[in-house]
Design a protein around this ligand. Structure first.
Ligand SMILES: [Zn+2]
Ligand SMILES: [Zn+2]
Ligand SMILES: [Zn+2]
Length: 384
């Protein structure tokens, strides 16, 4: 399913796209200061049907929207023989050479002189389930009132899950904030008591401060202070002598447009399982490499993949789908799930150098190397 179809699913909601609340003057670096909170006190707000519990920084709302059902059951991947060596001796040597070169002080001599005795395939599988979810919460918010449309009494506010908000990219974390229609009203600014200005603390509203040159005496040595002409006082620089400053919460307007803000968050939740075939390669290294895609299934909701030759994969799929259902089904909206099975190439290479045998691993499409017993970890050793 492509993105267009997904978006059109979302457009089934009534109404049009609403204005984003993240425009100029909304929060951000120029947000309110001077002790004012960006959000107005919620106990002075109107009661909006369907939003009675809205406070400051709301909790996630339980999902209430169209029912979510799994898509069609996909046929499982075809059985195949994947236990074949996936790299040649040449590739194994190249990867090893690169590895030795990337380590501080490792000599490349063993790589150039080694004799291969065996290349064993220890390929394994990675099952991955991604669940792309959407959660929503509401809170009161405000911005300076400069004559915007006030829609609080112009209609009924749609429920939080009825407001269409489209996500930017599938399977990627993001966040959007939108204004809930029909919740806005104009209130006096709570920071400045609707005055639009706040008293200057530095000069205590007088607009004048003590002269910094003469410290208020009016005299400098035996002469009159030139800086203040002997008055001992100077203009307050904090307020330019006005005695007050414009309120930053309302940008000097004295009034705020208060509304309910809907916060929509998208998250990609990942469940992953790599089958440990006891090859000796630490399994946590696998997460850094890419595999060969054997199976991929993307649906609004998936059924656990079945019929895969390796039983551990079917078990992991069963567990992953069940866990994600339990975790996300009612607490948020599941928008899309994707499950994949990858074949991870692992080759255990046995070689001998200076009549001793050693082992290293080449794994993943990137041909990464892992070894515990590199025979010449210091260049000096090979000079002997
Ligand atoms: Zn002075
Ligand atoms: Zn001042
Ligand atoms: Zn104000």
């Amino acid at each position: 399913m492509d993105r267009r179809q997904l978006l059109s699913d979302q457009d089934d909601f009534p109404g049009q796209q609403y204005q984003s609340a993240s425009g100029p003057g909304y929060g951000g670096p120029n947000g309110p200061q001077d002790g004012g909170a960006s959000a107005p006190p919620s106990d002075t707000m109107d009661t909006v049907p369907g939003y009675e519990g809205t406070g400051l920084g709301g909790n996630d709302l339980p999902y209430q929207g169209p029912p979510q059902t799994p898509g069609p059951r996909m046929p499982g991947p075809q059985a195949g023989d994947w236990q074949i060596p996936s790299i040649s001796e040449e590739v194994a040597r190249e990867a090893f050479l690169e590895y030795a070169g990337s380590q501080c002080c490792y000599s490349s001599k063993p790589v150039k002189e080694m004799v291969f005795s065996d290349l064993q395939p220890h390929n394994t599988y990675r099952y991955r389930l991604e669940t792309f979810t959407e959660s929503r919460s509401t809170e009161w918010a405000s911005e300076p009132y400069t004559g915007q449309v006030v829609d609080g009494f112009m209609g009924v506010a749609p429920g939080p899950w009825e407001i269409p908000v489209s996500f930017p990219t599938l399977f990627q974390k993001s966040k959007k904030e939108v204004r809930v229609p029909h919740t806005s009203s104009v209130k006096g600014c709570h920071t400045c008591m609707s005055l639009g200005k706040i008293p200057c603390k530095k000069c205590v509203t007088s607009g004048m401060v003590q002269c910094w040159v003469c410290h208020g005496s009016g005299r400098n040595a035996d002469d009159r202070c030139h800086s203040c002409n002997g008055s001992g006082r100077a203009r307050c620089t904090a307020c330019s002598g006005v005695g007050s400053k414009a309120c930053k919460t309302c940008k000097g307007r004295g009034q705020l447009l208060c509304f309910i803000k809907l916060v929509v968050k998208w998250n990609n939740n990942v469940f992953e399982k790599v089958v440990d075939k006891q090859s000796g390669l630490p399994m946590d290294l696998i997460s850094a490499v890419t595999g060969e895609m054997l199976f991929s299934d993307m649906q609004p909701m998936v059924y656990p993949v079945t019929g895969f030759p390796d039983h551990a994969i079917s078990q992991a799929a069963e567990r992953g789908v069940r866990e994600h259902q339990a975790q996300y089904f009612s607490s948020c909206r599941i928008l899309q799930q994707r499950q994949t099975i990858e074949l991870i190439h692992i080759t255990r290479v046995h070689y001998s150098w200076k009549e001793k045998t050693h082992i290293y691993f080449v794994y993943g499409a990137e041909h990464k190397v892992y070894t515990e017993d590199y025979p010449a970890k210091c260049c000096c050793c090979t000079l002997l």
